[in-house]
Design a protein around this ligand. Structure first.
Ligand code: GUN
Length: 289
């Protein structure tokens, strides 16, 4: 029997419908959630991501603004912008699109964002909060994966989860979030010797390596839950994931397609975090530091 296909697009639509109601409630109480996006340089991919974020905000009633800087901007100019956004009561979430140009220090920029507005969850304080089980904002991509597992009633506690990939944006926070939910977690990378030995033991396999179709059917345990975070552009212009979908779908119990899997959930969770930030200001909640 083939795998159950987890439709990220459909799930994202239903979560966004729920989020829209939360936005309406906030607006009725006089607060429109606001997101500021900062982009430095003219990367085509980053430009598309930012446009998609802005569009998704407007569809559910979140105010958004984009601050675009040319690639040769000095770091202090971006820090000044963040400082004014930190003080702006109409802005509840601030996101700096990554990657930044090489002359920027990522951590210097990200840690200048107010912790309570860091809707990406990349501030070192928020990373520490996640590590210690006191999450303030969950990073959007792994958060989206957790929602996919939950909404499909996939058990996590006691399961062996294998995460392939160790990025700060996906692999590391993904492993921590699964661990927090009681999974036994193994973290591998694309360079792990005999990777198959690990992936074949996974009840839940999350792959985020950026290597097209590197996970093949013989690397997957029959019935496993396979979550593909990769989005790779092939020479023929088509998109594919890090999992060889065509062969793995006959082995896995659940699988996410690419496109239409994890991708639509990432932006959805950004909307969710922005609304959460606005709800906290409404409740007068202070982040306990
Ligand atoms: N670049 C790639 N993914 C992300 C993300 O989730 N957030 C930000 N800010 N930049 C990214």
């Amino acid at each position: 029997m083939g795998a159950h296909i987890i439709d990220g697009k459909k799930l994202a639509e239903s979560v966004r419908a729920e989020l829209k109601l939360r936005v309406e409630k906030l607006i009725q109480s006089g607060i429109q959630p606001g997101l500021a996006v900062i982009i430095v340089g003219d990367s085509a991919a980053s430009g598309i991501y930012v446009r998609n974020k802005v569009k998704a905000c407007s569809e559910i009633g979140i105010y958004s603004e984009v601050h675009s800087f040319p690639g040769n901007t000095q770091q202090y100019e971006v820090l000044d912008c963040i400082q004014s956004l930190n003080e702006n009561p109409h802005i509840h979430g601030i996101l700096v699109q990554l990657p930044l140009p090489p002359h920027f220090k990522n951590n210097r920029v990200i840690t200048s964002i107010a912790v309570e507005k860091d809707v990406d969850g990349f501030h070192l304080y928020n990373v520490g909060a996640l590590v210690t089980g006191n999450t303030i904002f969950s990073p959007c991509t792994p958060y989206g994966v957790m929602v996919m597992l939950e909404r499909n009633h996939i058990p996590i506690e006691g399961q062996h989860a294998v995460v392939v990939g160790r990025s700060n944006i996906v692999g590391k926070p993904m492993a921590l979030m699964l661990l927090e939910r009681g999974a036994t977690v193994t973290i591998c990378t694309s360079k792990t010797f005999d990777l198959r030995q690990f992936t074949r033991n996974a009840d839940i396999l999350v792959v985020a390596t950026g290597r097209p179709r590197m996970i093949t059917a013989e690397m997957v345990k029959p019935g496993a839950v396979v979550i593909d975070v990769g989005i790779n552009r092939l020479p023929d212009g088509k998109l594919c994931g890090d999992v060889d979908y065509e062969s793995v779908k006959d082995i896995a119990g659940y699988i996410t397609p690419v496109p239409g899997g994890v991708g639509p959930m990432t932006i959805t969770m950004l909307l969710c975090n922005t609304i959460l930030a606005a709800e906290r200001t409404q409740a007068g909640a202070k982040i306990d530091k």
